[in-house]
Design a protein around this ligand. Structure first.
Ligand SMILES: NC(=O)c1ccc[n+]([C@@H]2O[C@H](COP(=O)([O-])OP(=O)(O)OC[C@H]3O[C@@H](n4cnc5c(N)ncnc54)[C@H](O)[C@@H]3O)[C@@H](O)[C@H]2O)c1
Length: 355
């Protein structure tokens, strides 16, 4: 088992990773006042474990599974139930689930009595490698992803691969989306990925790479917790187009859209000369190992236009994105809206033509 600490000026967060982490650290909360937030799928698999670990009288709020629960309606319901249950300021919100549960439970914890203790227990690969760490919380609103949220560090994150045993293959692929993103930001992670291409879904490989990704994120968050210096923005690599497509097409999950977004943005990065050669080809190969084929959407221009809502844009009608650069480094590109849409359409045409 490994530990990573994130200390910032105001907060301290400890991340415990590895097999057995849940059994070793979760029972410490049994004697505390706890409020569990989870979703319907996770509750279905793990309710007995949760009752056994936290006590069968601990209140549990069960979200309907899926991104459409990251809304005001459910945030309000969570907060109201916390009031009804008499949660005190020294109580703990325990988020047990994927990124959706973690994001909304984190926001609720940050709002309730101006902030109560938060523990993240991520149960998807995506949440383990990325969303449970670093303290970003959010809900979606008016068709805009993560537009209402806060920075609020969990006191503890318990990352146990045992939860991945029930995770559908599709969700493993989503987690690989964020892992490949880290590969484009970190030379060591890139090497591990290219050396282990044939065993990307192997549990031992996933446990090792999860730790590497969390370590990378922790190093970034320590230096730029609130995304003020630009460093933390690099973690959004591929997300500008990924989020735009996610808003427009909806059918796939966040992690799949991150991979598709990365694929399209790689095309833009190559076109602008910031990424290229064998390295760009290898990144594409890694992406296609997970999604098989990048979709060549017909109405892709309309989907790309949704990028106008991206939080990274400093000026209206200019799209700012973080794309792969040279190995281990990202680059930032800012394009006019029309140019961005034209290049996304060009990429779709290339895919259609099998180039
Ligand atoms: N806060 C951040 O820094 C950050 C970073 C990346 C992504 N996110 C957010 O994370 C969300 C995506 O997270 P996600 O991919 O985990 O989605 P998710 O939470 O919807 O989980 C995916 C699916 O897996 C199911 N599931 C969860 N754990 C399971 C388990 N152990 N066994 C079986 N099924 C299980 C869920 O019920 C759901 O159906 C998005 O809303 C995204 O915006 C946040």
């Amino acid at each position: 088992m490994k530990e990573i600490e994130i200390s910032t000026k105001t907060t301290q967060s400890i991340i415990r990773c590895g097999k057995g982490a849940f059994e070793a650290y979760a029972p410490a909360y049994k004697d505390k006042q706890t409020f569990i937030v989870t979703d319907s799928n996770v509750f279905g698999y793990y309710r007995h474990l949760l009752w056994r670990t936290f006590g069968d009288r601990t209140p549990i709020y069960i979200l309907p599974a899926g991104e459409s629960s990251k809304t005001f309606r459910y945030l309000r319901e969570i907060l109201q139930k916390m009031i009804d249950e008499g949660m005190r300021r020294n109580g703990y919100v325990i988020a047990v689930g994927g990124g959706v549960v973690g994001d909304i439970a984190g926001l609720a914890a940050s709002l309730y009595m101006r902030g109560i203790h938060l523990v993240q227990i991520p149960t998807t690969l995506l949440a383990q490698v990325d969303s449970s760490v670093g303290g970003k919380t959010a809900i979606d609103c008016k068709n805009i992803k993560n537009v209402i949220g806060s920075f609020y560090q969990p006191e503890e994150v318990i990352v146990d691969p045992v939860f991945l045993e029930t995770l559908p293959d599709r969700e493993i692929r989503c987690g690989l989306g964020e892992i490949i993103k880290y590969g484009a930001l970190d030379k060591d992670i890139y090497s591990k990925l290219t050396e282990n291409e044939a065993r990307l879904k192997d549990p031992a490989f996933l446990e090792d790479i999860t730790y590497s990704c969390i370590n990378h994120k922790a190093n970034v968050v320590r230096l730029d917790e609130r995304e003020t210096t630009g460093l933390r923005k690099t973690l959004n690599l591929g997300h500008t187009t990924g989020h735009a497509f996610e808003l427009y097409y909806r059918k796939k999950s966040h992690g799949e859209f991150v991979l598709i977004g990365m694929y399209y943005e790689l095309y833009i990065a190559e076109k602008h000369g910031v990424c290229g050669g064998r390295y760009a080809e290898n990144l594409k190969k890694l992406i296609l190992k997970v999604i098989k084929k990048a979709p060549a959407y017909e109405d892709v221009g309309k989907a790309a236009a949704m990028a106008k809502y991206d939080k990274k844009n400093a000026q209206s009608m200019r799209i700012s994105m973080v794309v792969p650069g040279v190995e281990g480094k990202s680059a930032e590109l800012t394009l006019g809206m029309d140019e961005y849409i034209a290049e996304i359409e060009e990429c779709a045409a290339h895919i259609r033509e099998g180039k």
